[in-house]
Write a protein that binds this ligand. Structure first.
Ligand SMILES: NC(=O)c1ccc[n+]([C@@H]2O[C@H](COP(=O)([O-])OP(=O)(O)OC[C@H]3O[C@@H](n4cnc5c(N)ncnc54)[C@H](OP(=O)(O)O)[C@@H]3O)[C@@H](O)[C@H]2O)c1
Ligand SMILES: *[C@@H]1O[C@H](CO)[C@@H](O)[C@H](O)[C@H]1NC(C)=O
Length: 288
């Protein structure tokens, strides 16, 4: 980052750190025996979440498309201390699999305390050249399946006073170039689940809904895809991101920004949008 960017981010950051530290205490014991479904858990942040939940002694169902990888993650979860760990393979682009995965979980765990929606379909990091089919497909995977699974799980979450956790991204609050379809799916998540947060509150629902806004995280897919084009100022570790998401759900908070500078960038975007244009020019190294 250029010096000016650094100064802006750092100075505002200092002002908010105290606020950040005043957040609610997390008690890991509350997760012992908790019934959890994590999507997109074959790799990346989802995989790391599975391991944390396992260490806390949760009962887990994980899902993604690749059965072999899921099996390995399940084995590791059991060795880390999960009370239960099961997988079900499913493709979130299909109409039936989102329901199927939730039904499987309810049947195997006898209910649900945490639904953590995290999966994303692979998408190119390049200029949009009119690929409508891909955009439609990505919307199914990254958005519609979230809506479908949330709806399917809601009655069970009401019963258990459970939590719905949505993994979104800074791009959902502030559009980034070279990733228009992905950005659209994340904006859609923020809009839909932001609206649902109000509705749950309006009808005194038992369910807490957390929307997690992540900045750059060092997962293999994200780093590979943006290599040479985006200069990531210290991408945050996936395992830390995963732990912060779990704490946010367990303490029933409405929002998470991780890493913390993500919050500051979102604030700058809200207060003075042109400053974020400068920021993007700063970190993109795009040669047509
Ligand atoms: N990494 C970052 O820098 C970053 C930044 C902001 C937000 N986030 C958010 O964090 C979350 C996790 O990101 P990540 O980097 O950990 O992603 P990732 O490593 O690419 O993992 C994506 C997961 O989704 C699964 N998946 C892909 N297509 C699927 C489909 N059609 N049906 C079902 N599952 C499918 C993948 O497994 P299979 O291939 O086996 O299906 C994998 O488990 C996402 O919501 C992402 O938007 C990440
Ligand atoms: C909230 O939980 C209680 C059980 O503690 C249950 O009786 C009630 O029906 C739940 N609320 C809704 C809206 O389902």
């Amino acid at each position: 980052m250029r010096t000016l960017t650094k100064i802006i981010v750092a100075s505002i950051g200092v002002a908010f750190v105290a606020f950040h530290w005043s957040t609610v205490n997390f008690d890991p014991e509350t997760l012992r025996g908790a019934r959890v479904l994590v999507t997109g858990a074959s790799t990346g942040i989802g995989e790391q979440m599975a391991y944390h939940y396992a260490r806390f002694g949760a009962q887990l169902v994980i899902t993604a498309r690749r059965e072999k990888v899921l099996q390995q993650v399940v084995d590791k979860c059991l060795s880390l201390g999960a009370q239960k760990a099961l997988y079900i393979a499913g493709d979130m682009a299909t109409e039936s699999d989102p329901d199927k995965v939730v039904e499987f979980t309810l049947e195997k765990l006898g209910g649900l305390d945490y639904l953590v929606l995290n999966h994303i379909g692979p998408t190119p990091f390049s200029m949009w050249k009119g690929d409508i089919e891909h955009t439609r497909w990505l919307m199914k995977v990254n958005f519609f399946s979230y809506v479908q699974m949330a709806w399917k799980a809601l009655p069970s979450l009401e019963q258990s006073k459970g939590s719905l956790v949505i993994i979104s991204s800074l791009v959902g609050k502030m559009p980034w170039p070279l990733t228009a379809p992905y950005t659209a799916t994340k904006s859609a998540l923020n809009g839909f689940f932001g609206s649902l947060q109000h509705e749950l509150a309006m009808r005194n629902s038992n369910v807490s809904l957390s929307i997690c806004t992540l900045g750059s995280i060092d997962t293999e897919t994200a780093m590979e895809k943006t290599k040479g084009i985006v200069t990531h100022a210290q991408p945050a570790p996936a395992s830390e991101a995963a732990l912060n998401i779990i704490k946010t759900g367990a303490t029933r908070q409405a929002e998470l920004y991780y890493p913390y500078r993500t919050y500051i960038i979102a604030l700058i975007k809200a207060w003075y949008p042109p400053a974020t244009n400068y920021l993007l020019q700063d970190i993109y190294n795009y040669k047509p």
